[in-house]
Design a protein around this ligand. Structure first.
Ligand code: ZN
Length: 211
């Protein structure tokens, strides 16, 4: 893939933080190569927060987007953990994005991710984007995510600190999930880098690629 081309990249996630965790380094790198990017997540996860804490993730995502230099961010309001019930609506959203933005690269959660929201977004994307887009599945490190086998590595050595800084915007998740810290995500990037000869890397599984 030639990153010097004028890429139009859509990153799709179920929840705010999926995209930062899975491909925050790559997105930051693409921005540095003057790619146009769009960030679209499906749930604000407000059903997981009290009324007082409403839109916590929306605010944390805005912080992360600023760190990564991302504009064009949209977070829809489907309920967390219930995305399989909304496949039709999600595909309608993706269809509209496809028609309007005509992307060259689409970044998605793995279609076999054990979280039902993640796999739903992945499957809806591969059903919708069928017009010559390269589709890459990103890795979301969490409990039970042990089966990811990358076949594409992106060197993010120059972007790992930015990625970690973006992840740190999600203070609410650090409280809820023990593994949600710098050590985990830096170690994963170092591991993926070690597997391919870079210092730090993000791994992807190619669903479909156009060179
Ligand atoms: Zn998620």
């Amino acid at each position: 893939m030639n990153f010097e081309e004028d890429h139009r990249v859509i990153a799709l996630g179920a929840h705010p933080d999926d995209i930062e965790l899975g491909c925050g380094g790559f997105l930051s790198k693409l921005k540095s190569k003057k790619a146009e990017t769009w960030y679209v997540a499906m749930s604000k996860c407000n059903n997981q927060f009290s009324e007082d804490e409403k839109d916590t993730l929306v605010k944390e995502q805005a912080c992360a987007a600023e760190v990564l230099g991302l504009q064009n961010c949209t977070i829809h309001d489907f309920p967390n953990k219930e995305l399989p019930e909304y496949r039709r609506e999600i595909m309608d959203i993706f269809n509209e994005l496809q028609g309007k933005l005509n992307p060259t690269i689409v970044l998605i959660p793995h279609i076999k991710d054990p979280h039902q929201d993640h796999s739903t977004v992945g499957y809806c994307a591969i059903r919708t984007f069928r017009s010559g887009e390269t589709i890459l599945q990103y890795e979301i490190l969490r409990h039970g995510s042990a089966t990811f086998t990358p076949n594409l590595y992106i060197n993010i050595t120059d972007f790992i600190d930015t990625k970690i800084k973006a992840i740190q915007c999600y203070a609410s998740q650090k409280v809820k999930r023990k593994f949600f810290d710098e050590d985990s995500y830096r170690a994963l990037a170092r591991t993926r880098g070690t597997q391919c000869g870079y210092e730090y890397a993000e791994g992807f599984e190619i669903y479909r690629m156009y060179w």
